[in-house]
Design a protein around this ligand. Structure first.
Ligand code: AMP
Ligand code: MG
Length: 507
């Protein structure tokens, strides 16, 4: 007889001593139920009516595939199979919303509060300075050295005492005695005496006694002598110790996303390793039987996954680290397994978030953790969900690409940036311009309106059409119509968030 698992919905767990599942030996789904009733006898009257028929408020799944409730006796089980019983009734985190629609939708503001609730930036880790570009500093960097650490020549020529050159002209040169040579990285040349000139190259140490570097073109070198044809003032072409960086200077502040030049500066003061904020580890679960991997061509009734490449780029922009993309069919057991894997700071799911028959995501997040938000008063992206599984924040992003993008930008982006030590706010620049056409909106719903900027101002492109990815590629940016607004009048000033030229400031 096969060993199988029967899962009990949360609404019925008070009849199963709180147990969420039970392993039993059974050949069919109906038999598995009987074995469970053997252990928890109170369950029977909650699952079967007086005539032995399953109550209509329960749904059954065999290894992720739905089974009609009158077909349990014909559902033959094999070793290791899973039979799930799900409460279609209201109440509890495991409430099955499928095919019922959303009862309530939370506001964008409430959903954002949930997305970043209790978050702080991740702990610090050390990376080699050569790996530190675009990372976020976890601590202020104070230099413990001077740069340069020695008096350095800024020209090729001769280290001299400036006063020895006074009065020199092309027609009345001053003759100095060649007294040595100082090369970059070489040993210190001996001190320059009065009337002496030491041959020197850019980057070499200026010998004691000298207080200026006479550029080669202002001198003519002969046998053991240097004729100066132009005077120079003291200090000329000599970089003082600490000219660039004085020891003890705070160079860069904690929270700074390191620019290429910052990395150069850190290297110049010998700062390595660099203490940076650990980057959030993000796992993307792409679901859909109709989805082909990026790199494929659309084929038959299948489309190519546009969401995961887009999400990968967004996560990189927002300071995310290692990104793992897992591709899954609309298969309950497979999705459950992938959601249960630990190690990610953030899980982004694509597809299956709504109230369709194959939309397992909300149920599974509720089962494995908490689904705090499901259904948001916005368009597009209403079927977005937000929750947690273990230590991971989970964002259920709708499959439609525009919804996926806006749900990411509204909720997942702020979470990832906060973990990464970056500002929570949108990285998009913003401009305020008059609206060239009216935007209609429903009271109580926040709209994400794609717009272009033209001669006459801001031109609305689209509010609807969550599947039309070209609406965001043709757009220059987007306007957010808040839920308290019924629309925006033509000619009114609106803020456009610009897709191009984003920046992640920080300290
Ligand atoms: P779903 O959220 O699974 O109900 O999917 C909504 C729509 O988005 C369907 O037309 C899907 O085919 C489409 N879709 C789902 N996932 C993706 C994806 N990764 N890339 C592009 N389109 C998708
Ligand atoms: Mg789907």
């Amino acid at each position: 007889m096969p060993n199988v698992t029967l899962e009990i919905p949360s609404v019925l767990r008070r009849y199963s001593a709180g147990e969420a599942s039970l392993r039993v030996e059974a050949a069919t789904a109906a038999e598995a139920l009987e074995r469970v009733f053997d252990v928890y006898s109170d369950l029977r009257s909650r699952v079967l009516d007086a005539g032995g028929r399953v109550f209509p408020y329960l749904l059954f799944f065999h290894n992720g595939r739905e089974v009609r409730r009158d077909a349990l006796a014909e559902t033959v089980l094999s070793e290791g199979d899973v039979v799930e019983m799900i409460g279609a009734a209201e109440g509890g985190a495991h409430d099955d919303v499928r095919m019922r629609g959303f009862r309530t939708r939370v506001s964008v503001e409430e959903a954002l509060a949930v997305a970043v609730d209790g978050l702080a930036r991740l702990p610090a880790e050390d990376v080699a300075v050569t790996e530190s570009a675009l990372r976020v500093l976890a601590a202020d960097v104070v230099s413990d050295v001077d740069v340069p650490p020695f008096r350095r020549a800024a020209m090729d020529g001769y280290a001299v005492r400036a006063e020895d050159t006074f009065g020199a002209t092309l027609y009345n040169p001053v003759r100095l005695t060649l007294c040595g040579e100082s090369m970059p990285g070489g040993p210190a040349a001996s001190a320059v005496p009065a009337g002496g000139a030491c041959r020197i190259m850019t980057g070499a140490a200026v010998p004691a006694g000298a207080d200026a570097v006479l550029p080669a073109e202002r001198a003519r070198e002969g046998e053991g002598v240097v004729d100066v044809i132009d005077a120079i003032p003291p200090g000329k072409h000599v970089a003082r110790v600490g000219e660039d960086v004085d020891r003890g200077t705070t160079l860069l502040r904690s929270g700074r996303r390191l620019r290429p030049q910052d990395v150069g500066l850190l290297a110049s003061v010998g700062c390595s390793p660099v203490s940076v904020v650990r980057r959030p580890r993000v796992r993307v679960l792409v679901t859909g039987n109709e989805i082909l991997p990026p790199g494929s061509r659309p084929d038959g009734n299948c489309i190519v996954d546009s969401n995961s490449p887009m999400l990968a780029a967004l996560v990189a922009r927002d300071g995310g680290g290692e990104l793992e993309v897992v591709r899954l069919a609309d298969d309950r057991a497979a999705i459950r397994g992938a959601l249960a894997i630990e190690g990610a700071d953030v899980i982004l799911t694509s597809g299956g978030t709504s109230v369709g028959r194959e939309d397992y995501m909300p149920l599974l997040v509720g089962e494995l953790g908490d689904l705090t938000v499901h259904g948001i008063a916005m368009r597009p992206a209403a079927p977005t969900g937000i929750g947690r599984i273990g230590a991971a924040r989970v964002f259920l992003l709708p499959g439609n690409p525009v919804s996926c993008l806006s749900a990411y930008d509204f909720f997942a982006g702020p979470c990832i940036r906060t973990l990464a030590g970056l500002p929570e706010e949108w990285p998009y620049g913003a401009v305020e311009l008059p609206l060239a056409g009216r935007i209609a909106s429903q009271l109580g719903r926040c709209d994400y309106v794609r717009v272009t900027i033209g001669e006459g101002g801001v031109i609305p492109l689209a509010t609807k059409g969550a599947s039309i990815l070209t609406s965001v590629t043709r757009a220059d940016g987007f306007v957010v119509v808040p839920s308290a607004s019924e629309g925006l009048p033509e000619g009114g000033a609106v803020v456009v968030h610009l897709f191009d030229g984003w920046s992640l400031g920080g300290a």
